[in-house]
Design a protein around this ligand. Structure first.
Ligand code: S3P
Length: 177
């Protein structure tokens, strides 16, 4: 296991948790949305607005293909990244796939008021439908952590405990005992 891949719906904590997790392992952290932003010089919202979702997904797959070649990184994916089986396959080659889960209520209270997620613009019903449709895909992860009632540190510690001996310390910056 050379990388850690965080997947799951928008607002489940992938980026926030990923940053702290990477720090505790002394690994690098990358966020696919940020990478897309750097490559295109556009925010996610701008790409969707100017070029549409198809273009966003194609930029996303290019970023995934590149990141999948690297090692010792924690990757926070966008909520839709792993729905493309080719993206899943590429990320899973070197990475353990960890799903972060949260209830619809938690997701809406965490990010419902924000304006930076084009796919959250619809009604609560539309968000709930998208959330429900995606659960079967997310459930294929190696394991799932429910972040609904937890602090960031609790989630990070739970991931580290679940990973246990699976972290290859030869590949991490963490000193061996
Ligand atoms: C998306 C999730 C977003 C971003 C884009 C599409 C999705 O990332 O990639 O708005 O399809 O669920 P986050 O999950 O980090 O919000």
């Amino acid at each position: 296991m050379r990388n850690i891949v965080l997947l799951g719906f928008m607002g489940t904590g992938k980026s926030t948790v990923g940053k702290i997790l990477a720090q505790s392992l002394a690994w690098d952290f990358v966020d696919t949305d940020c990478e897309i932003g750097e490559v295109t010089n556009l925010s996610v919202t701008e790409i969707f607005r100017r070029h549409g979702e198809t273009r966003f997904r194609s930029e996303e797959s290019i970023v995934v293909a590149r990141l999948s070649q690297q090692e010792q990184i924690v990757i926070a994916t966008g909520g839709g990244t792993v729905l493309n089986p080719l993206n899943w396959q590429a990320l899973a080659q070197k990475g353990i796939m960890i799903c972060l889960h949260a209830s619809i209520e938690a997701i809406i209270s965490r990010i419902g008021h924000k304006n930076d997620r084009p796919l959250l613009k619809g009604s609560r019903e539309a968000i709930e439908k998208l959330w429900t449709e995606r659960q079967a895909c997310y459930a294929q992860a190696d394991f799932t952590i429910d972040t609904t009632e937890k602090t960031i540190d609790e989630v990070v510690n739970e991931i580290l405990a679940r990973l246990g001996g699976r972290i290859n310390h030869e590949y991490s910056g963490v000193a061996k005992d």
